[in-house]
Design a protein around this ligand. Structure first.
Ligand code: AMP
Ligand code: MG
Length: 346
């Protein structure tokens, strides 16, 4: 299959119309959102949704998010719209927040991995909105990467993973946030299953107490059931081994510099995920500056692209950990999974 790429940067019309045709014919279209690129199919067509899982190599019990163009569409997808959901939708939609509630009968099992709940989001990206609107159906879309790999934050990443596997990529440039949406379950006590740009604090200001699922920052214990099936798989991982070093900026950077030297002595090619605050500790070493430690959203925006870039050159990636609070929680959630939870505290 030849993979066509259409730019939507200056004019989303052509790409959205072509994409909608493909979606309605049961095909797959990769499209930009403000979080990461999604791999979309008609969310009401079981065969089309199955094709997403085949293209990504994604386990079929890991549910996908339904993307909609208008808030009112939730009424047909959820059995009942929780009161908290209306408040959250009014505050944060369109935007990087996914909400989970009991599903209605029109939602296929293929979307939910057999669960009786379904995740829904209204993205803020113009191309995404136009594509969903033109298709006229909810679009099921996980991230447009091969399963387990870092999520794509530009069309080039999607092409790298999906060339020849899908007919169309809409190229809307780099994604604004660079990490996936916050996933909040409203099926019981409001619980964050995946942290993102909309933080626990922002959600709590609107609906009161919000829990964070334990699996957000630690590996599942043996026998423990994942609240979010996506949490049980290896995730966001480059081929290179990733090690996280946490502590004060100075201590962490010194430890990383030390590890770098001993790994290079063993013949391993290393690279460092550095920050503005620590780059001077890494003179003469290979490093990429992800952003500013005081603004975790800058680290989030470049994390996946930097992991993919360093992965082309290095056997081992050494990354600084930051406090997993506020915006730092989304960053540490992705980084720890990329590292398979290999973390050193200094
Ligand atoms: P992705 O599509 O790659 O952004 O992944 C979607 C994430 O949302 C995965 O971690 C899923 O496990 C999670 N998710 C989607 N639907 C549900 C649901 N009904 N219940 C719990 N988690 C869900
Ligand atoms: Mg994903």
């Amino acid at each position: 299959m030849k993979t066509e790429v259409i730019s939507t940067v200056f004019d989303p019309e052509l790409g959205a119309n072509r994409g909608a045709q493909i979606i309605l014919a049961g095909g797959l279209v990769a499209f930009p959102t403000e979080t990461v690129y999604g791999l979309g199919a008609n969310g009401l067509n079981p065969d089309a949704v199955r094709a997403i899982y085949a293209a990504k190599g994604r386990p079929t019990d890991n549910p996908s998010i339904l993307h909609i163009a208008h808030k009112e569409q939730v009424k047909s997808l959820w059995r009942r719209v929780p009161d908290a959901a209306w408040k959250l939708m009014d505050t944060f939609w369109p935007g990087p927040l996914t909400l989970i509630a009991q599903r209605s009968d029109i939602v296929p099992d293929e979307v939910t991995g057999g669960l009786d709940t379904v995740a829904v989001r209204l993205p803020a990206n113009r191309t995404a909105q136009l594509l969903i609107e033109r298709a006229g159906v909810p679009i099921a879309a996980p991230s447009a990467n091969m399963s387990g790999k870092p999520s794509p934050t530009c069309a080039g990443h999607v092409l790298h993973d999906m060339d020849g596997r899908i007919p169309l990529i809409l190229d809307g440039g780099s994604c604004q946030y660079g990490v996936e949406s916050t996933v909040l379950s409203l099926a019981g006590e409001p619980t964050i299953l995946r942290p993102g740009a909309i933080t626990r604090e922002m959600l709590a200001a609107v609906i009161g107490e919000v829990r964070v699922a334990p699996s957000v920052l630690s590996p599942l214990k043996k026998g423990e059931v994942a609240a979010s099936p996506g949490m049980k798989y290896k995730h966001y991982a480059p081929n290179a081994e990733v090690v996280v070093v946490s502590g004060t900026p100075e201590k962490a950077a010194k430890k990383i510099a030390e590890l770098y030297c001993s790994l290079e002595m063993q013949g391993k090619k290393c690279e460092i995920a550095a920050t503005e605050q620590t780059k001077d500790f890494y003179l003469e070493k290979k490093y990429v500056i992800l952003g500013d430690r005081n603004y975790p959203e800058t680290l989030c925006a470049s994390l996946f692209a930097s992991l993919r870039e360093m992965d082309r050159r290095a056997d081992c990636i050494l990354a600084e950990g930051i406090p997993a609070e506020d915006a730092g929680m989304a960053y540490m959630n992705r980084l720890l999974r990329a590292a398979g939870f290999r973390m050193i505290n200094v």
